[in-house]
Design a protein around this ligand. Structure first.
Ligand code: HBI
Ligand code: FE
Length: 276
């Protein structure tokens, strides 16, 4: 889809982001000087709140990433972070005005580029925002890209998206992404339960709920089930899937029978998370 057509359709939904200056791959330049002091303060408030929560609830690799990328109390400069990230796992950040078409998104991931929204939410939406903003994309997704096995999984995800034969298969991949990269939990061996999904990392309420909530439903991460399980995007998840290891996630997409599994999942009936 070309940028102008997408910008018109997307803007029509009333979501933010200025797509007029996008390059053909939907990237823009991060205009660091354009951030206001309010923008930096919103980042600082969210960063300090979520880092405190993440200290106990996030997988250690997320915390290492946050530290190693020197993520701090001002909005990060994407190019500076890309230099660091590239040295670790070959990933770089590209600025985008917001959600971009799946095809462009998959292509960036397949090339180890993470599309990162360039605007941050206003104070009035501090606690909840419908679409991903800079805080969700950066604080939620970027730190774990310093973990080689997860960085490799994210590239495989992009490649799988590019190879998907049908829309139904791409939608099955979206569901997998949702229950892993966005809302995934992990328990390695007899270690503690930890969160790694970006939607959890960037949410003050859902992070403790998913990891410690007695009423949260948790199930072992089963690849085919995650491909088929639907999700409600605007409330806490009905189910959280728990990985045994990041290696399992990588292997799920690395297997040569992935196309057959995707085709089967796309044909199979959807699974209602309430029935799990
Ligand atoms: N665009 N910028 C951006 N960020 C996303 O996370 C994103 C997207 N477009 C599509 C999308 N995610 C999902 O549909 C992917 O599973 C493809
Ligand atoms: Fe996300």
């Amino acid at each position: 889809m070309d940028v102008a057509a997408y910008a018109d359709s997307y803007a029509a939904e009333g979501l933010r982001g200025d797509y007029r200056d996008c390059r053909d791959d939907f990237t823009i330049d991060q205009d660091y000087a354009a951030y206001s002091s309010v923008d930096h303060t919103v980042w600082q408030v969210l960063y300090e709140r979520q880092s405190k929560l993440a200290a106990d609830l996030a997988h250690p690799a997320f915390l290492d990433g946050l530290r190693n990328l020197h993520v701090g109390t001002r909005i990060p400069n994407f190019d500076a972070v890309s230099d660091q990230l590239y040295r670790r796992t070959g990933w770089t950040l590209v600025a985008v005005p917001g959600l971009i078409p799946g095809e462009a998104f998959f292509a960036h991931l397949a090339a180890r580029r993470f599309p990162t929204t360039d605007w941050i939410r206003p104070p009035a939406e501090l606690d909840y925002i419908v679409e991903p903003d800079l805080f969700h994309d950066f604080f939620g997704h970027v730190p774990l890209l310093t973990l080689p096995v997860f960085a490799d999984f994210m590239q495989l995800y992009g490649q799988a998206g590019q190879a998907a034969d049908t829309r139904a298969q791409a939608e099955a991949l979206n569901r997998l992404y949702w229950y892993t990269a966005e809302y995934g939990l992990i328990r390695e061996g007899d270690g503690p339960l930890k969160a790694y999904g970006a939607g959890l990392m960037s949410s003050a309420g859902e992070l403790p709920h998913a990891v410690q909530g007695r009423d949260a439903k948790r199930r072992p991460a089963q690849f085919e089930t995650m491909l088929r399980t639907t999700a409600d995007i605007d409330r806490f998840q009905d189910v959280y899937f728990v990985l045994d290891s990041f290696e399992d996630l990588f292997q799920a997409l690395h297997s040569e029978d992935l196309p057959a599994k995707l085709a089967a999942a796309a044909r199979a009936p959807r699974v209602d998370p309430k029935t799990l």
